[in-house]
Design a protein around this ligand. Sequence first.
Ligand code: SF4
Ligand code: SF4
Length: 415
Amino acid sequence: MLMNDFLGDEVARLGFGGMRLPVVDGDASKVDQAQVDKMVDAAIAAGVNYFDTAYPYHNGMSEIVLGKSLARYPRESFFLASKYPGHQITDSYDPAAIFEEQLEKCGVSCFDFYLLHNIYAASYEVYTDERWGIADYFIEQKRAGRIRHLGFSCHGRPDTLAAFLDYGARKYEELAQRDPETAALFKGRNIMEFCQIQLNYLDWTLQDAATKMGILEKAGVPVVVMEPLRGGKLAELHEEPLSILRAVCPNRSAVEWSFRWLQGFSDVKVILSGMSTLAQVEDNCRIFQSAEAISEPEQDALMEAAETLKTGVPCTACRYCVDSCPQGIDIPMLLATYNDLQFATTFTVSMQMDVVPEGRRAQDCLGCGACVRMCPQGIGIPDTLSQLAAALDRIPKWADLCRERAEAAEKLKAR
Ligand code: SF4
Ligand code: SF4
């Protein structure tokens, strides 16, 4: 197994994600414990030692099932990561109650890695709101040895990521003033010791992951990768990208291309794969048994293949159109969302759209065409926004998803 140093621990580069575990009868809450045990056994036998879960995964069952499975192994033989759900919209936030519940669900007394879940525009406000005391509570848990490394995951845009790193640095400086001993426990001059982002060769450009990696590299913050296969979509390439890749390397599978590309980033310490079958575990473990560098021509081929996967509009985000819009619509941001939806529907789209102010949403376009005259790419912006509005109508709203998750958590507690 490929290993590396992650904040002083010897950690496998392939991590076991607990978001897409095998289920019974297609019910996300009914995780197949026996099957998970087999997958965990195979992963551990191959050298995997990092397991990632979160409060809402599988309606709260992921923490329980993974915790049970891992309890069959000595606690010091694996690293367990979970996350605080401050990204879910609710009336109040109680980090202490959730954290205690999570430790109990997982059957552990300490999380090796603990993340503030999903920083984006709206959750940034929650996590930095002193009323909830979220950062201070988790600083205290780190001091008490109940969290070994504190970090965050981020589906937000690069400016939100940068702003949250700044917040972490400010909190560190405050802490260093009032409690230098606890501050010394944090690696780097930031209470956010690591960051988990969505990274794969398609999102390198499609979701501007390149900019996010640049921000994290500059801040010296190590990276955990989520969605290396874009929810499995990069494992099932169609003929056009496949033929581009086969021309430079005939025998490498689509999955292996994704992982080999990610293995080339030295700042990427763990690549999480949300595996659903034993065969996936075995195949991924095989790929991570040895390193195989991607050559320059192969890198070019991968970027060319990525372009064939982008079936949306060719917006370059130049923003020439923005000032002309009487509605103040952030046109490039909405077009990026439109492009994202062409490839796959994900909950992050609902979440990002939830923070777009009323009056500036896709459905608020007046169809005046002022933006079209400014667009060097000749994009039919009003038509595209109208299609986006229709597509957004068909996917679940973030507020509804949060309510469902909260109900599932309540049901689980009542059991
Ligand atoms: S067509 Fe829509 S997006 Fe374009 S300027 Fe008019 S209102 Fe704004
Ligand atoms: S002018 Fe065209 S290419 Fe530039 S941001 Fe607007 S839509 Fe995108």
